[in-house]
Design a protein around this ligand. Structure first.
Ligand code: F1P
Length: 347
């Protein structure tokens, strides 16, 4: 993960990376809405992109599962820009959804890993994530790269549309450029802790992953990774929705993973943590390193460095990927080739 990000966010690489965007600048700036189409982990990257793009660019974004989008009859016009996200660039559902949208005049922007792949070829413009080759079937490095590219996309579009100050854009770019150091810090300081947590909770039959705001898609991704590479049932949920159902699951046997880094809704997630604690659930939290309140509330915690609230999710997913990895290893699963999963889902 660290290697895939190292050195790729300097100014020169940035302008090369974003050159695909220039190609559809006019279309994008005038777009009535942006529709993000993807599957699996890539869909989770798209969901976080919705939060970023709507916040920074004030344009309507919809996020669609390609596997649903292709079979219904969505209303698409030539004013729409579709962002397709795919690690392999070959996912059949995404590809067919794009073919349909293209016949209705939409502009396609592809974010894919594999150069020359089918989704890259059908796109009008795009950005390659170059986070490969991924050895494992489950997407990890690609997810980090997709998020990075999508945040850059949002920052650039905000510049075109003049929807945020130059100061904020500069701050976000600066924070993005120091992600490799922060990832290294997480890897250096947390691996032993994460392994211990994995050993302790490897026999759990269910996990709940909760997050709010920018961290909600990360909670979904944390749950998906655990399912994919450790075969433990896991559910990702918006923390605020817990009281509408899942809270009934909570007892002293349920590990509840909170993605609880400091952000504008932090106070709210802390009260969700208190609700779980009051029902004897086991709290495993990803927290900002200086957040003593969240640390004290948690049975286990993994710290990440202080970061801007829009950047923190890019870091917060890494401990969750590692947790799934070590739980899988403890359960003697081939984490690179989990059963029933394919790297490219072409049917
Ligand atoms: C989508 C995806 C991956 C998942 C697994 C199966 O693939 O669901 O997110 O980890 O590899 O396929 P893609 O369209 O991003 O290649």
């Amino acid at each position: 993960i660290f290697d895939s990000l190292r050195g790729r966010l300097d100014a020169e690489n940035l302008s090369i990376t974003l050159s695909g965007l220039e190609k559809i600048k006019d279309k994008l700036t005038a777009a009535r809405r942006i529709i993000i189409v993807a599957c699996g982990t890539s869909w989770h990257a798209g969901l976080l992109a919705e939060y970023w793009i709507e916040e920074l660019c004030r344009v309507n974004v919809e996020v669609e599962y390609a596997s649903e989008f292709r079979y219904r009859n969505p209303i698409i016009s030539s004013d729409d820009v579709i962002i397709a996200i795919s690690q392999s660039g070959e996912t059949a559902d995404t590809l067919v959804a794009l073919e349909n949208a293209k016949t209705q005049g939409a502009t396609i922007f592809g974010i894919v890993n594999v150069v020359g792949s089918s989704i890259a070829r059908i796109s009008d413009a795009g950005i390659y994530t170059h986070a490969g080759p991924e050895i494992g079937v489950a997407s990890t490095k690609a997810f980090s790269a997709q998020l990075t590219v999508l945040l850059l996309f949002a920052i650039k579009l905000a510049e075109y549309k003049e929807t945020v100050s130059e100061d904020l854009r500069k701050e976000l770019i600066k924070e993005l450029s120091i992600i490799p150091e922060k990832v290294k810090h997480i890897l250096d300081s947390s691996i032993d802790n994460i392994k211990e947590i994995a050993v302790k909770y490897q026999h759990a039959t269910d996990f709940l992953f909760l997050g709010r705001g920018y961290n909600f898609p990360i909670a979904l991704e944390g749950a998906l990774k655990l399912k994919e590479i450790s075969y433990i049932h896991a559910e990702g949920y918006p923390a605020a929705e817990m009281k509408h159902g899942p809270i009934a699951l909570v007892d002293e046997t349920l590990p509840v993973v909170f993605v609880a880094t400091k952000d504008r809704v932090h106070e709210k997630i802390v009260s969700n943590m208190q609700e779980i604690k009051a029902r004897s659930g086991k709290l495993i939290s990803v927290v900002t390193e200086d957040d003593q309140l969240a640390i004290d509330l948690s049975d286990e915690h993994i710290k990440i460095p202080v970061s801007h609230e829009m950047i923190a999710p890019i870091l917060a997913v890494i401990p969750l990927q590692l947790l799934s990895y070590y739980v899988g290893i403890e359960r003697q699963i081939d984490v690179d080739r989990p059963r029933n999963l394919a790297k490219s889902v072409t049917v």
